[in-house]
Design a binder for this molecule. Sequence first.
Ligand SMILES: Cc1ncc(C[n+]2csc(CCOP(=O)(O)OP(=O)(O)O)c2C)c(N)n1
Length: 629
Amino acid sequence: MAILERVNSTEDVSALSRDELHGLADELRSEIIRVCALGGGHLASSLGAVELTVALHYLYDTGRDRVVWDVGHQTYGHKIITGRKDRIDTIRQPGGLAGFTTSSESPHDALTVGHASTSLAAAFGMALARDARRDPYSVVAVIGDGSLTGGMALAALNQIGHVKPKMTIILNDNEMSISENVGGLNTFMRTLQVKPWLHKAEEKSKRTLSQIWEPLVGFGSRSKKALRRFLDPASSNPFHAMGVRYVGPVDGHDLEQLLYYLEHIQNLDGPTMLHIVTKKGKGYKIAESDPINWHGPPKFDALNPVVAGKGYTWSSAFGDAAARLTEFDDRVWVITPAMREGSGLVEFSKRHPERYLDVGIAEDVAVTTAAGLALRGEKPVVAVYSTFLQRGFDQVIHDVCIENLDVIFAIDRAGLVGGDGATHQGVYDLAYLRALPNMSVAMPKDALEMRAMLKTALRLGGPKAIRWPRGKVALPPDDPVEGWPELEWGSWEIIKPGVRAYILALGPTLAYALEAAQGLDDVGVVNARFVKPLDEGMLEQLALEAEVLITAEDHVRTGGLGTAVAETLQDKGVSVSLVRLGIPDEHVPHGDPAEQHERYGYGPQAIRRTLTRLGLAPVAERSLLGASD
Ligand SMILES: Cc1ncc(C[n+]2csc(CCOP(=O)(O)OP(=O)(O)O)c2C)c(N)n1
């Protein structure tokens, strides 16, 4: 690490010789592999962006200029260069560096990110602010071909091309989103990649070509234009058409070429897009050949690299259930906004390609496409992470709920998610979905209950959201759908009877509540699996019988289960002491979810402390279990 040792800032990169820049790229690559092996992380995207990272830091002062990375997952090299190499081993770990660019972490991180497709609009705003203040800094946005499929990115491009501020857009095209990239723009980008060949062919044989073509297509100008478009796709380039100067494609691993083009573009007025072609996982053979599994591996052995299996997860359980449901009812479709692997749909996509749709990183499109399908009698299931459904919120109201359509929302990663941190926490969906007329919201306790909910939702119709957490679940038996039991929609279930108190728990907090209430005859536990509609009958009865009700949820306290319970009791005029456990009004950073559950008061030990404080568990335990929450 001879060169990296001397690099502590972006100025140090600018001081390097060209030869040393190549050495720096090699060292960064080794360091990224070492760090990801140690604790897991976004390996393949960071490796693919190494030369770009070096070139940008050579040409720009990222402390002053604004380099906006889309998603921010490809920035391990950027973090190492910009004064964070001593802490890079802590990336994504509790209390350590964030996995994405985060402005509170460094002045070199121009934007706090994690969700895709925001870079262009943010950089556009920064360029407008710069021009309004007549400041001299440069603005650069780096966006992947996957993130460019998001409507936000395309709408921003449309504005940028119209207003034309001076800015550089780097399109980092590796043909991949997390899985293979999709869509017409992606197909078009493939035609751009053959452009150099076409150029050469045109140069070398201009005469031959016109000799061949002109007699064939005639001499009319329309035909000539069509021929020209075929030979030089840039003349029909949609970026160009939107008003953005297009340059490329350029080999994004050729540092000299990158520096050459970036340096020239730097001084051009207006917006310029440099299209670079890169390989995801570049320089690490196994990641190059399998960029999907090496997109974000857990920790691995760098000498014997294998991506550890995740075991049977909630996502696997959903994928299996969806496949069964499609065989049971051929009107069932599954739509994913670019999360085939994460949502457990790899097998489904192979077995039922005609009922499977990946719409790219476009959650809004996923929801409204589902609405369109439902309007024509189909039964779409939108498989989406809780955090990403936020991008489709208006569509859930406007296109699905107002029409009361038969759309099931299969919501994965509900709750705190661990290493991805604040941008990815799935802790708002109960609040934002519960508010919508016609919508139901449920959370199963296990994979069998998930099946029962899916089957019942399919029969009942209407907008139905079923959510589950990240992580493992017990494998259910492989029964055909005909044998799956249904459940009464909106019903709760008493798991442990109590006398003086009841804990109303949801999903993962159910096991916590049972652990906390162990050995306490006075304390009952309820599987409050429906947040909307609540089991009002059972709630009222429990409130009348017990002294205290405690709600426990892996969700913000504002608007979740506890709020729903409080509102219902208030409306019914039933008064009972109510303790609401959940996440307070703050953004939760990356960390270990189990630790965070304890810290926020709804882990098993924390619930037990609450029971002690309420006089429901023996006081002697206080000292054993630490301070009261
Ligand atoms: C709104 C949103 N939806 C989904 C994701 C999950 N996600 C993270 S990276 C990624 C792929 C991005 O592809 P690209 O921009 O081409 O970058 P690459 O990973 O190929 O380097 C996706 C879908 C996200 N971060 N944000």
